[in-house]
Design a protein. Structure first.
Lengths: 804, 285
């Protein structure tokens, strides 16, 4: 998400599930939609049935998506950037990119400052001492007015296009084969199909999921895919895009509503030095980098002030900076993402944890570290509909000592644990936001059983109790909580329709706003998330709409639920048309300029602005999409780095193996293994039959996949004397799991760096509690995270295997 | 089920039963294996609709839920790995009762009314009439019916005859996310299958074809196979026929049984005419 936001302006699937049916080529890589998104996968099948679309799957395993693919290419886990870099090189060297699109809609023509360079795996500005980059040499060359200089002919040696061409010239098919482990022939076959979409009348889509996000270089990986799609002219097009399939039913909604470093609607969390609202707005409101950039984030003050009005109501006044001082500020350059929380917890710096809809013991990396960290807490609150491994973490030693020998026994743990019975999804109303950014309202199917409560009631009661204590007993910094507006009809359990109305936004006069265009920075509007403005207007709950009309015939269904932003179905749809506003592909007209207005999808543009007025990527200061993005910490162009635990040295630059900025933790429990002791590459994944660590509590899913298993290639099994059904033990530097061997031809040995590399596959769904149980595979995975997104490296770490 | 009956086990002849004069469309299920992703939604839907218990099987070294169909598990996706010329295929195909046009189970069944073939083509088992002899299992060339050892009753897929009779599609069809499964009149689906096969062949899958075996008179469950020349790769028999023992006994040799029966009746009649009713001595005499 961090990658897509920097490249295009918004961090979400660019198109949508229904739009996949418009594709001519579907590349599935870093995902397995047939298994993990089977309902959405129907649109891939529809594209195949109705358009004869070609499906290409690139994955360490021949999985259920590969089973219905036209071409499957094996790849070593963690080598995806090499493959994508190879595709970029292939498109550029074979002249298969869409030149006119690239000139018009990307920053290919932008000039980069003198001083930018890349050598031996490092970009210019690297400090060996600080282990960080000084990014000043990565910026654009600016003119006197502060705008970037451009060369529309794409010939200047320092224009992005030429820099890119040079950078990826190293990624030949042979180099790709040597890194990824497929043959150069297999790579060429895939490249020919994928790059066939670099024409206006052919569209290719990319579907990915956690197989791309769970690496120590994940943000760069996704940026590489975005670059490829931009070169092929596939962004903003029906049947195109780069489509992130979210891993949980409402994770897109969760991201949209904020994270440790974002307030709702991707407004940046204030930092410690931004002590006043003016300071904050000055630093977070971007300036345009081109004269024709709409630079929509220039509206940041309207969104932020409206958010503060929603938070603090009448206590947010112009005089007090709309209550900005109530907001917590992040310490300078400190990270509070997942890995850091648990690292601090292990170090005794965290007193308590509230865990909703989350099972960190199971889904966090390095289970032993998770267990040890939780046992340092004073208190732990878990709100769940089952007793999860997290709620029962204190039993781990007793229930499965074999796997967690270092865990403290229950008598040695002082943490006070509260398991609050919470309603499950079917017992709540509210909205789910899917991968397509559809905010779909749902109704509660039944009441929560027994003493179970809905989340909003649990949170509200906690809040009101804590407020009461503050009022009675005082305490440190009570103002933020006491100043919060809490004007619900039932303050103990706010109705979600009421909350949704606040998220949509309203005028202080009481009227709902129709969209974020009506938000103001003078305190006359309050809005919980500007991105969702338009979802619950004076016309009612737009999310509950179920209209099935399809006026464009492209599967946009504009009256089905509500789509952020502004009910726009395909983001960046202005890029589907050329400089004159004519669709690149007249057979799939998503948006066209009729001389007065844009017709088709809700335009990602000003509806009555002539085609030449603005750049097509309205959220970015460049006005165009970024092939070259100085936003990331480890470089403006994606480069192949090995996983932190890798069986080979980096073939492109042996001195710089893995991402030089990958965050590796250093507690006693954070051990990194070498290929001498752990020669095999391990990847973890989900199965169709289960959802995460949840459905092992349910009868049907447990029947369909009752047993944890270890997938390994035939040749490796032979070498080790392992037969299908044998018990095997898999070890990493962190821990061990045991399971039954599934020996298969669907995984094969790969030729990498002159040696045969074997991969081992582990499905994740078991744990020490449930109807069916087994080891937690994250007992093996390392706490190593991507420096931009904080996502752990669950794919491509090292293990060894033996017969039990 | 109120649908017209076409034939009933162990009843006279195999023609339409009395009263079955209303013309009904025959129904069919089409399974397009080229779009099956092995998600098992059909398995769960079948278990849930038919109130079957969920049980935990042994580990068999495969993604397949169970090694075979079971008395309480009527819909199974078979997973098979095949490699030819270095090309790996992972074939997935849903397996259940084929609802044959000429059902071997029905022919073999000696229990009156235990197996019924409805006018719409559905072959259904009536447990209350089942005597647990297992002859239907011998008669089935697809090895579908399974005997419940506890209750001594044989069970199999009903093609959701209860749902179909009220105008609903079978549960498995409803659950399928990729439109791999479809349900409709047999005529429509055979035409749809032809079109899909043509499309697959145009896409380069020259071996694509339909599986609708003539040895059992055709089936009401029809498959589209990407490699139609190798049905056994999908776990389907190449040329299924009703076992000759059943066919012979219930076919050409049926007259022997009928002659024996007729001989008995005639013998009884002539015996009566000749000797009159048997008289018992009154024991009270």
């Amino acid at each position: 998400m961090a990658s897509l936001a920097a490249t295009f302006g918004r961090g979400a699937m660019t198109n949508g599930w229904t739009d996949v049916a418009n594709a001519d080529v579907v590349l599935v890589m870093g995902g397995n939609p047939a298994e993990n998104h089977p309902v959405g996968f129907r649109f891939v099948m529809e594209a195949k049935r109705t358009r004869h679309a070609k499906l290409v799957t690139v994955d360490p395993r021949f999985n259920r998506t590969a089973a219905v693919s036209d071409l499957y290419v094996p790849i070593r886990a963690g080598s995806d950037i090499a493959f994508l870099g190879g595709l970029i090189h292939y498109a550029l060297s074979e002249g298969l990119y869409q030149r006119e699109y690239v000139q018009l809609h990307t920053n290919a023509s932008f000039l980069v400052r003198e001083g930018y360079g890349f050598e031996e795996g490092l970009f210019s500005g690297w400090s060996e001492e600080k282990k960080a980059y000084d990014k000043s040499s990565w910026g654009y060359e600016l003119d006197g007015a502060g705008f970037a200089k451009v060369d529309p002919a794409l010939e200047h040696p320092r224009c992005v296009f030429q820099i890119m061409k040079k950078h990826y010239s190293r990624y030949t098919p042979e180099a790709v084969a040597g890194i990824c482990g497929c043959s150069a022939e297999e790579f060429r076959k895939a490249a020919a199909i994928i790059c066939s979409t670099g024409k206006p009348d052919r569209q290719g889509t990319v579907l990915y999921a956690l197989g791309w996000t769970q690496h120590s270089h994940s943000v760069q990986l996704i940026h590489a895919a975005a670059m490829l799609q931009l070169l092929l002219g596939n962004i903003g097009m029906p049947g195109g895009g780069i489509n992130a399939q979210r891993g949980h039913s409402n994770i897109q909604g969760a991201t949209d509503m904020g994270a440790w470093n974002f307030l709702p609607g991707y407004l940046r969390m204030p930092r410690a030095h931004q002590q006043s609202l003016a300071d904050y707005l000055k630093e977070t409101t971007p300036k345009p980098l081109r004269p024709n950039a709409m630079n929509y984030w220039a509206n940041t003050p309207k969104f932020m002030v409206s958010l503060l009005k929603a938070y603090y109501g009448e206590r947010a006044t112009k005089e007090n900076g709309f209550g900005y001082h109530y907001l917590p500020k992040l310490p300078e350059s400190e990270d509070y993402s997942w890995g850091y929380i648990f690292d601090r917890m292990l170090g005794g710096q965290v007193e308590g944890l509230i865990s909703f809809g989350m099972n960190p013991v199971a889904n966090g990396p390095n289970t032993s570290k998770m267990l040890a960290a939780l046992s340092k807490l004073k208190w732990l609150i878990v709100a769940e509909c089952f007793e999860t491994e997290t709620a029962a973490f204190w039993k781990a030693r007793e229930l499965a000592e074999k796997y967690y020998p270092g865990a403290r026994g229950s008598t040695a743990i002082q943490t006070e644990v509260f398991l609050l019975p919470a309603a499950c999804f079917a017992e709540k109303d509210g909205a789910f936001v899917n991968s397509s950014r559809w905010v779909q309202w749902k109704h509660a199917a039944l009441d929560p059983p027994g003493e179970a409560r809905r989340d909003q009631e649990i949170i509200a009661r906690l809040l009101l109790k804590i407020r009461e204590l503050y009022q009675k007993e005082g305490g440190a910094a009570p103002e933020p909580l006491l100043s919060m507006a809490w004007n619900w009809q039932n303050p103990f359990s706010p109705a979600l329709t009421e909350v949704s109305r606040e998220i949509n936004g309203r005028r202080t006069t009481g009227q709902q706003v129709a969209g974020f265009g009506e938000l103001a920075d003078d305190g006359s509007t309050a809005c919980g998330n500007w991105l969702y403005s338009g979802s619950f207007t004076e016309a009612g709950n737009m999310m509950a709409r179920r209209g099935q009309e399809d006026p464009t015939g492209l599967g946009l269904y504009p009256n089905w639920s509500w789509n952020w932003p502004a009910n726009r179905r395909v983001m960046y749809n202005r890029a589907s048309a050329d400089a004159a506003g004519k669709p690149w592909d007249p057979s799939r007209p998503l948006l066209r300029w009729n001389g007065k207005a844009w017709i088709g999808d809700v335009p990602d543009y000003k509806v009555d602005a002539a085609p030449e007025t603005f750049g097509a990527f309205i959220m970015l200061p460049e006005g165009v999409a970024k092939l070259y993005a100085a936003d990331f910490v480890e470089g403006p162009l994606s480069e192949h780095y090995e996983p932190v635990e890798s069986p080979v040295e980096n073939a492109l630059h042996p001195k710089v193996g893995s991402n030089p900025l990958a965050k590796i933790f250093h507690s006693d429990l954070d051990r990194i293994g070498s290929s001498k002791d752990y020669p095999y590459v391990c990847t973890t994944y989900r199965l169709t039959e289960h959802f995460h660590y949840w459905t092992k509590h349910l009868a049907p899913s447990s029947e369909l996949q009752p047993h944890f298993f270890v997938e390994l290639p035939e040749a490796l099994a032979q070498e080790k004397g392992i037969r299908s059904g044998d018990w095997v033990r898999v070890r990493s530097a962190r821990g061990m799991v045991e399971g039954r061997a599934m020996v298969t031809r669907r995984m094969r040995g790969l030729q990498v760096g002159g040696k045969t590399i074997y991969q081992i596959g582990l499905p994740i769904h078991w744990g020490f509690i449930g109807r069916v149980t087994g080891p937690l595979v994250n007992n093996l995975s390392p706490s190593v995270v991507d420096p931009n997104s904080g996502t752990p490296e669950y794919k491509g770490f090292l293990v060894n295997i033996e017969k039990v | 089920m109120s649908a017209p009956v076409k034939s009933v086990s162990a009843s006279a002849g195999n023609g339409p039963a009395p009263g079955a004069t209303r013309a009904v469309h025959t129904v069919a299920k089409l399974i397009d294996t080229s779009t099956c992703i092995g998600c098992k939604a059909c398995e769960v839907a079948c278990q849930e609709w038919n109130d079957q218990p969920f049980t935990i099987g042994a580990f068999e070294g495969t993604y397949q839920t169970l090694p075979d169909l079971a008395p309480n598990f009527w819909n199974l996706i078979k997973f098979r790995e095949r490699e030819e010329n270095g090309n790996l295929a992972w074939l997935m195909a849903k397996y259940q009762c084929m609802h044959c046009v000429d059902p071997g189970c029905l022919r073999a069944c000696p229990a009156p009314g235990a197996i019924v073939q409805y006018g719409n083509g559905i072959v259904d088992f009536n447990s209350e009439n089942c005597i647990g002899c297992g002859y239907c299992m011998t008669g089935c060339p697809f090895d579908v019916p399974k005997l419940d050892q506890k209750t001594k009753k044989v069970h199999k897929c009903t093609l959701c005859s209860d749902r179909v009779s009220v105008g609903l599609e079978p549960a498995c069809i409803k659950a399928c996310p990729t439109n791999c499964l479809s349900f409709g009149t047999r005529e429509d689906l055979l035409a749809k299958a032809d079109a899909r096969v043509a499309a697959l062949q145009a896409d380069g899958r020259k071996g694509a074809g339909i599986y609708n075996p003539s040895g059992v008179g055709g089936t009401h469950v029809v498959y589209i196979l990407a490699h139609a020349g190798y049905p056994e790769n999908y776990g389907l028999p190449r040329d299924p026929t009703i076992p000759w023992t059943v066919a012979l006994w219930k076919g050409p040799l049926k007259w022997i049984g009928n002659m024996v029966l007729l001989g008995g009746i005639l013998g009884t009649f002539f015996h009566y005419v000749r000797y009159g009713p048997r008289r018992y001595k009154d024991v009270s005499e």
